[in-house]
Each structure stands twice: as C-alpha cells, then as structure tokens.
Design a protein around this ligand. Sequence first.
Ligand code: ADP
Ligand code: MG
Length: 379
Amino acid sequence: VGGKLKAAGEVGAGTAETVESRILVFVRLRPMSRKEKEAGSRSCVKIVNRKEVSLTEFASENDYLRLKRVRDSQFCFDSVFPDSTTQAEVYSTSTADLVEGVLQGRNGTVFCYGATGAGKTYTMLGTMENPGVMVLAINDLFSKVTQRNYSIKLSYLEIYNETVRDLLSPGSPLNLREDKQQGTVAAGLTQRSVYSTDEVMELLQKGNKNRTTEPTRVNETSSRSHAVLQVVVEYRSLDGTNLKRVGKLSLIDLAGSERALATDQRTLRSIEGANINRSLLALSSCINALVEGKKHIPYRNSKLTQLLKDSLGGSCNTVMIANISPSHLSFGETQNTLHWADRAKEIKTKTQTTANEEVLDQPDSETAVLVLELQRENC
Ligand code: ADP
Ligand code: MG
C-alpha cells in the first residue's frame, strides 16, 4: 500500500523533524554482595548528590590488608542512583518519558552498560518480585493503551559471537538488513503480540533462558551475549483517515564490558572473546567518532553497532544506564564504565520531535480487520 510519509526515522524519507540533543546518562550503583563482603571489600564509590558520584582508588600498603586512599575522581551525570533505589524509581527517572514518546510515534532506546555482575540484567529484566525496566515499560504501555486500535508487538534477539539469534523462537542465525523506514532489521525475526504483563514476563524469562550459556568461572550465563528487546507500538485511526503511527522502543542488556579476563577456558573462549570485544570495541569507536564529530561513523564494524545506529546517531531518544559495583575489588571495571559513561554524555544526537506517521491510501489488512470487527460489535 503506497502512502504519504509524513515523518520517519533518519534512514527513512529524511523528513523527521529533530532538535539537537544528547544521550541521557544515568549511573546505578548496586548493593555490596555477600561475596564481596566476605572478600573484605571496601566501598570505593560514593554518591555525592543526585548527580555526582566519586570513585576512590586504593592501594595496599606494605601490610597488604591495609588500604591507602590514593585519589578520588568525581563524575557528573543526569542522575546517579544509590544502592537503595527501587526498580520503579529507576524506571520512572530513566525510561518513562521514552515510553510516552513511543506512544506518540517516536523511537527510543535504553541500554545498560557495565561489567559482568554489575547489575545490568537486574536493571533490565529484574526478578518476578522486582521486575526491571523491560517489564515496567511494557506494563506502563498496557496501562496507557486502552483502545483497541493500538497494538503492542515484541521481538527479542541476542547477539553472540557476531551472530544474531531469535530468542523467542531459536533457530538458524538471522541476517541484518537495512530497511528504508525501519532502519536496521533482523530478517525473519519473530514478532509476538502481547496482551498482559504476566505473559510478557514469562516470554522474556523464557527468552533469557535461550541466551547462550557458557559455564565459565566468571558467570554461568551469557556474560558475552547482548540481548535486545524491541517493543513496537502501532496506532491506527479507525475514522477513515487511514492514519498509522508507529513507535519503537529498544531495550538492551549489553554483554559484560570487562576485558576478556580470568576465565578457566581462556583458549577455548578466545575466538568468542575477540568477537565480544569486536562489538563493544565497535561501540566505543562509534562513541569516540560521534563525540569527535567525525563524518564517518564505523557502525558497520559490528552487529551491535549496526543495530544501534539509529539510537546513537539517528533520530531517537537514547538513554544509557551504567551499572557499577561498590567494591574496591572492581575498581578497574568501575573506572572503565564511568569513563565510557562520561564520554557518552558528549554524543550529540538528534531528538525526534515529530511522529513516525503515515497516511495510507487505503486501509491495510490489519486496519481492515479491526474496522470489520468493530462494525460487527456495533451491530
Ligand atoms: P549483570 O547482568 O550485569 O552481569 P546481574 O544483573 O546479573 O549482573 O547482577 C548480579 C547479581 O547482583 C544478581 O544476583 C542480581 O540479582 C544482584 N543485583 C544486581 N543489582 C542489584 C540491585 N540493584 N539490588 C539488588 N540486587 C542486585
Ligand atoms: Mg547479565
């Protein structure tokens, strides 16, 4: 069905109206774990105020049990979440506005960055008792979308070892391709319509079980896999104007950002290690190129950056949540995470101010079915 495109993403007709803006960057500190306490951890992270965090470097003195303060570094972000922050608070500060935008036909992306064990999956997926951003976002959508002419569809994929896999119906690897209107899409990816929060949690937990597992010492599951949830919200007018509005929300649980460190199977894992570095390295090169205002941004260097292209440099509202542990034993990883989070603040993006809206020449099949159903009900 042909139609007049009023506005689309950057990759589309190029008619989306945008204002210059930047990625919003939040830092979430998780509580000290029992294991960290037992290992004699000292806290090296201090939340100074709602926006500032300080990181202390310690060095052991002659007697290695005594730690000496070496230096403090201060960082400033859009918000810093102390370890007492609830999942609902993280959601409402970081993501609720994006959900509002998606309902109005704009695109949004949230990604969690940090070392393995820093709290990315807890923040994104959470637990049954404490559901995370993915579940709270969809819950919020359900509560705001009461009319029948909205549809909510989910897809959930993994990038592991530079291979894209469908987490909702595992099978052969998927290819990425460029779509004029939708940007980068995984060809043949399952899209599931969803109707309730319970269904969503079940679907996501099942999907997470399909994430690639690797019995290494560092983590039992998927520290090298990136999980991407896409929620597409479609609105269709049923008053004969044939207006279709589409908003896409991408929620991403990135692989652990630590360098391929201590695993028991270093050699076995070296190929995968190189690839995981490829995706996260490519992400850092893209961040650097964007911050430096380079003309060429190397999105094509990895699957992850191909998928994130719109979110980093296109017209999308983007949020980064950097997850950190408080323990001085993770100082290096925390410093690395705060460094990249600090750098990401400098990325200039274009915030979309208009909707992805299309006026179809005639109703498409889904609209036609809806109109028929409503007519039948009204008889
Ligand atoms: P990652 O996905 O970054 O590897 P996880 O999200 O799996 O890390 O977190 C590691 C452990 O810490 C898990 O047991 C998780 O439940 C716990 N955890 C993480 N963040 C929090 C938090 N904010 N509050 C309570 N427990 C947390
Ligand atoms: Mg995880």
